[in-house]
Design a protein around this ligand. Structure first.
Ligand code: M6R
Length: 357
């Protein structure tokens, strides 16, 4: 039930702080240590390479998850779009482990790959919101998102839940492999929960940003470097899916290799700046587009901000910034769609779960 909310999407955006708490609780043992089924950490540790397979928003969460697993647990990861993988299979490593990410657990493109890799005799883990779903039943292992039902076609809380669960999977794998993390993930995820709450309480600002940048535009760009690029891809998908504005996400450094030709007077360019090592680089890209007439909207992380920034995110651990950076993007998309009289929860041409290949 959406209760007093005008749309499921808004309700589900608001549920994200609670989902963070639920996930922390579900993945802690009696000693308050992060815990996943031993068979899963074992499989993660025995693998020489992880292949993440997913579609849409779940694919975008996979891109963020790759960073955690490679950086923290030191296992190489490839992330693949399911529909491509089935006929364009990469050369596999000797001991691959497949990780399927799917909110619904019913996505046909992902299932086709699961069937294929099972036939080849490989092990698979499904990360899903729906216990007993097809992808969960057909895989060897399952990790649940504990996000509660997601009704709106545009995925919001499942994305952040997927990222949180992937962070836990990476942290536990690191520990099993004898790699010590330099921070306490439980504590950092709790900080993320509070930051999310502060962002969800700031809807008026998000609505104002949507009005200022997106109410009449034909197109919009999202730029970022490193993990901000991946969050930008998700921001662009959210915006195009529900507001029908042509939106694309780009790696900041790629702009000059073609995309910058699209910049016209007042083209909105939403730039994410949450990563210290690329802060200067992305700000350079903002200058390049601004010099060509773009209307830049910089969203930065507290500590990296400058006076020109439109929004400053509450500080969280740098690796976990996608969990907070995506919230303004979700809300801006929501209000852009609302201002354009679009059907927020049921956008045209789309179904909640895509059960055909
Ligand atoms: O249920 P799944 O996570 O497998 O769904 C994958 C995509 O169809 C889904 O994320 C889609 O891209 C969303 N509508 C995006 O908001």
């Amino acid at each position: 039930e959406k209760g007093t909310y005008p749309h499921y999407m808004l309700k589900e955006i608001d549920e994200q702080p609670l989902v963070m708490r639920k996930i922390i609780q579900q993945y802690q043992n009696e000693n308050n240590e992060l815990h996943i089924d031993e068979s899963i950490s074992q499989a993660m540790t025995e693998a020489d390479r992880i292949y993440i397979v997913a579609c849409g928003t779940s694919y975008h969460a996979g891109l963020v998850g790759k960073q955690f697993i490679e950086k923290w647990a030191k296992v190489p990861v490839e992330v693949h779009v399911a529909s491509e993988f089935s006929y364009n299979m990469p050369l596999l490593s000797e001991k691959p482990l497949f990780v399927f990410i799917s909110q619904s657990g019913e996505t046909a493109d992902s299932r086709a790959v699961l069937v294929q890799v099972k036939e080849l005799g490989y092990k698979a883990l499904t990360i899903t919101n729906v216990p007993g779903s097809t992808l969960s039943r057909e895989a060897d292992y399952t990790l649940l998102l504990h996000a509660g039902p997601e009704i709106a076609v545009a995925s919001t809380k499942a994305y952040t839940a997927q990222i949180a669960v992937l962070s836990i999977l990476a942290a536990v794998t690191a520990k099993t492999r004898g790699v010590e993390l330099s921070f306490d993930l439980v504590q950092e995820l709790a900080i993320v929960g509070s930051a999310m709450e502060a962002l969800c309480d700031d809807k008026e600002t998000m609505e104002a940003i949507a009005r200022e940048y997106l109410s009449t535009t034909r197109n919009a760009f999202f730029i970022g470097r490193a993990v901000d690029f991946y969050v930008g891809l998700e921001g662009a998908l959210k915006l195009k899916e529900i507001s029908y504005i042509q939106a694309e996400g780009f790696a900041g450094g790629e702009l000059k290799h073609g995309t910058i030709a699209l910049i016209e007077n007042n083209t909105p360019v939403i730039a994410l700046a949450t990563q210290e090592h690329v802060n200067l680089g992305i700000r350079g890209n903002v200058k390049e587009v601004a010099a060509r007439g773009a209307n830049p909207c910089i969203i930065s992380m507290k500590g990296l901000e400058t006076e020109e920034d439109r929004y400053v995110l509450p500080p969280v651990h740098e690796d976990l910034s996608p969990l907070v950076a995506v919230i303004p993007l979700q809300l801006i998309s929501y209000y852009a769609a609302l201002h354009r009289d679009c059907d927020v929860d049921k956008p045209r041409n789309l179904a909640k779960s895509v059960t055909v290949e």
